[in-house]
Design a protein around this ligand. Structure first.
Ligand code: SAH
Length: 237
């Protein structure tokens, strides 16, 4: 047995059984500190205390595949299968903060993915409606969220471009996949006074996170926040 074999075997063992005895809340706290430092370094305002608390509470390691558990609290996006990713924690914090949600709010998310962003929202608001176009991802996320006790999240496996008209209007909408334009059905389903965050632009090209506001008189304005890199919003639209 040479030493490469021994090191290789040890590495395989550590990757296969990564999580026993880990202090996840300490790791999570460190991740939140990194997120806050990252936001400040890039000139973004500090997120509200409810957003920080939600990020401290949601167990991100439950939302990534088992073989990536040990990397769950690094401030990075991670693969979740089907070519999709769980968003980077700093982006989740920024998007959640930008929509300025409150305890009684009803929020629509497009792109359930792992369910992590939905869980962060669910810690703050009354109800979260999340849509996922990939059937198996949506089913898995719905089961995960239910098992973890997020009873205020509903997941629907359908094209989110058209929103969830039966539950509209929403106080806020979060789109976690990049679109070429703001889907008109989503604007229609946003309450006056409501906010939407959505990445716009093609995959691997410059995309911008946009904040779209629907004013009390029904007019809509939008502004660019930061450059981002999201997977594309797919579907037949
Ligand atoms: N919010 C997720 C990250 C999602 S990645 C999380 O916290 O883990 C973007 C997700 O959007 C992918 O799962 C992708 O399948 C989904 N998606 C892409 N186009 C969609 C559409 N038209 N409707 C609903 N979901 C869509």
């Amino acid at each position: 047995m040479n030493r490469y074999f021994i090191v290789g075997t040890l590495l395989c063992f550590c990757c296969a059984f990564p999580s026993y005895g880990e202090d996840y809340s300490a790791k999570r706290h460190k991740m939140v500190e990194e997120v806050l430092a990252d936001l400040a370094a890039n000139g973004n305002p500090a997120p509200g205390p409810d957003v920080v608390q939600a990020m401290e509470k949601v167990e991100r390691h439950r939302f990534v595949p088992d073989w990536l558990t040990r990397f769950a609290y690094i401030n990075r996006p991670l693969p979740i299968g089907h070519g999709q990713t769980i968003s980077q924690p700093v982006i989740v914090a920024l998007m959640t903060d930008l929509i300025k949600v409150k305890a009684g709010d009803k929020v629509l998310e497009i792109g359930t993915g792992s369910g992590y962003q939905a869980a962060v929202l669910a810690k703050i608001v009354k109800s979260v409606y999340s849509m996922e176009i990939i059937e198996s991802l949506g089913k898995e996320a719905a089961e995960r969220l239910a098992a973890l006790g997020y009873g205020n999240v509903q997941v629907k496996m359908e094209d989110g471009y058209y929103g969830w008209p039966a539950e509209a209007p929403f106080d806020a909408i979060v789109v976690t996949a990049a679109a070429s334009h703001v889907p008109p059905p989503l604007i229609a389903q946003l309450k006056p006074g409501g906010r939407m965050v959505i990445p716009l632009g093609a995959q691997f090209m410059t995309q911008f996170l946009m904040l779209v506001e629907k004013h009390a008189d029904g007019t809509v304005s939008s502004r660019q926040i930061i450059p981002v890199g999201f997977v594309p919003l797919t579907g037949g639209h």
